[in-house]
Design a binder for this molecule. Structure first.
Ligand SMILES: [Zn+2]
Length: 472
């Protein structure tokens, strides 16, 4: 990153709320149905159809407000945002412009830096255009799905901060259970506003909007490409002509951004009050809604209660599914440190490599807990446990059956091990003499010989103990 410039990033995130029905009608919001199956006069925008506000969507918005310590407006307003697009049958989108339901929130990064959230408002999603060769088709199943648009302050100064903010917001939304936040399916979408300015300059530079990028990795790439492009333009004296207020698309194949269209200002949309909806009044009881434990609270609890390192606690609490898996292992009697090692390092390592999410892990918490317990009981070694896990990743088999099948059961029977130790010492009398004369590093040789003689199955702690007592 060029030291002479400061990067300024603000993010707009669209979260699809997982209500059963759409925001202004009772059509289902399910994903992947036959095109245009989930439609009615309201979401088709037929004349005379009237919208009715979905209370669940309001409740979910309020839950987010609590999680980001935001102000909940008792009254907010709906406006029509006018634009023409084939997937928007009414020719306008019902959104909140003048008074949003939520204002002035924050998300705290690990560094302690506060990222301000300007506002979050409720609105309806548009349908989808499907381009099929020469023909374009419109699917309106998504039209009217409730969205919460969360707008940050331009507080982020690097792509890393932007990604951290997004991941934290993503985790909060998932912990609250207000959205499935699936980025591939578009239920958590991000637009990034990126500009640069010479260090020390107060005024912001020209803002470029990067639209609808559907993975954390691509968002990071897109921001970094855009920052480089803007700095290069500045240094070559082409900033005024090359960096203009516009919307750019990110091409994940080339890693570049390219111009899509000029950026609209709010005046272009001709917002006006939605005549078919009264101002939204948040019911009093919603102000007292209890929300579940949030990722940062859970992380602090893991550090205090389970004595986990901050980094480990951060990994385990990044996704609610991962935290739930970990807590189940604890419930099955595994010590926190051991559970962390088996889950965060061994299982996650294997899942990441195979491109499988924790929800779809072929090894469940009960099985992974049993591997950890068998290691703790010294039935198997740590290395043996890894082999068991490898097998469980491939086959639907019980842990004990896998230990049996792989022949990994450790010998912990002291008399059996003692017998092997005696054989090894008897066969290496010269080395024993050398050891007793002071060549202490031979100890490792004896351990190795005993392990070899037991074909790796002797419990190493017991081997050590017996060797020490025999060799004096
Ligand atoms: Zn409908």
């Amino acid at each position: 990153m060029n030291k002479n410039f400061e990067v300024v990033i603000g993010l707009e995130v669209h979260v699809q709320l997982n209500t059963k029905t759409k925001i202004f009608c009772s059509c289902p919001t399910s994903f992947g149905d036959e095109p245009n199956k989930n439609t009615c006069p309201v979401c088709l925008g037929l004349p005379g159809a009237l919208p009715v506000m979905n209370k669940e969507a309001v409740k979910k918005a309020v839950m987010l407000a609590k999680a980001i310590k935001a102000k909940i407006n008792k009254f907010s307003t709906f406006e029509r945002k006018n634009y023409f697009y084939p997937d928007l049958p009414k020719g306008y989108q019902i959104s909140q412009f003048v008074v949003p339901i939520i204002e002035h929130g924050e998300i705290i990064l690990d560094s302690g830096k506060k990222i301000g959230i300007t506002r979050a408002h409720l609105e309806e999603d548009a349908g989808k255009n499907i381009h099929d060769g020469e023909i374009s088709k419109v699917d309106l199943n998504r039209a009217g799905t409730p969205l919460l648009e969360i707008v940050s302050e331009p507080d982020m100064r690097s792509s890393d901060e932007a990604i951290e903010y997004l991941k934290k917001l993503h985790a909060i939304v998932k912990y609250l259970g207000i959205s499935d936040a699936n980025m591939q399916e578009g239920s958590f979408r991000c637009d990034a506003n990126v500009s640069i300015r010479p260090r020390g300059q107060k005024e912001y530079g020209t803002r470029v909007e990067l639209k609808n990028i559907n993975s954390f990795r691509f968002i990071k790439q897109a921001i970094e490409y855009e920052v480089e492009r803007q700095i290069e333009a500045w240094e070559e004296g082409e900033y005024e002509t090359e960096v203009v207020q516009e919307t750019r698309l990110f091409d994940s194949k080339t890693g570049e951004t390219r111009s899509m269209r000029g950026k609209e200002e709010s005046a272009d949309y001709r917002y006006f009050p939605e005549p078919d909806l009264l101002p939204l009044e948040v019911p009093d009881e919603f102000f007292d809604i209890e929300i579940p434990e949030l990722p940062n609270q859970k992380k602090d609890r893991y550090i205090n209660e389970f004595k986990l390192k901050e980094y480990d606690a951060g990994v385990l609490t990044a996704e609610p599914e991962l935290a739930a898996f970990f807590e189940l292992m604890i419930k099955f009697g595994v010590e926190p440190q051991l559970a962390n090692r088996w889950l965060a390092i061994e299982l996650l390592g294997r899942l990441n490599k195979a491109g499988i999410s924790i929800e779809n892990s072929p090894v469940n918490a009960k099985k992974l807990a049993l591997i950890a317990i068998r290691e703790k009981e010294a039935v198997i070694s740590a290395a043996g446990g890894k082999k068991v896990l490898d097998l469980l990743m491939q086959e639907d088999i019980e842990v004990d059956a896998a230990i049996e099948k792989l022949g990994l059961k450790q010998v912990s029977d002291e008399s059996a091990i003692e017998k092997i130790v005696d054989e090894v010492l008897g066969a290496n009398e010269d080395k024993v003499a050398e050891y007793k004369a002071g060549k202490e590093k031979l100890f490792g040789f004896f351990v190795g010989q005993v392990m070899k003689a037991s074909r790796g199955k002797a419990n190493p702690q017991i081997v050590n103990k017996i060797l020490r007592s025999k060799l004096g």
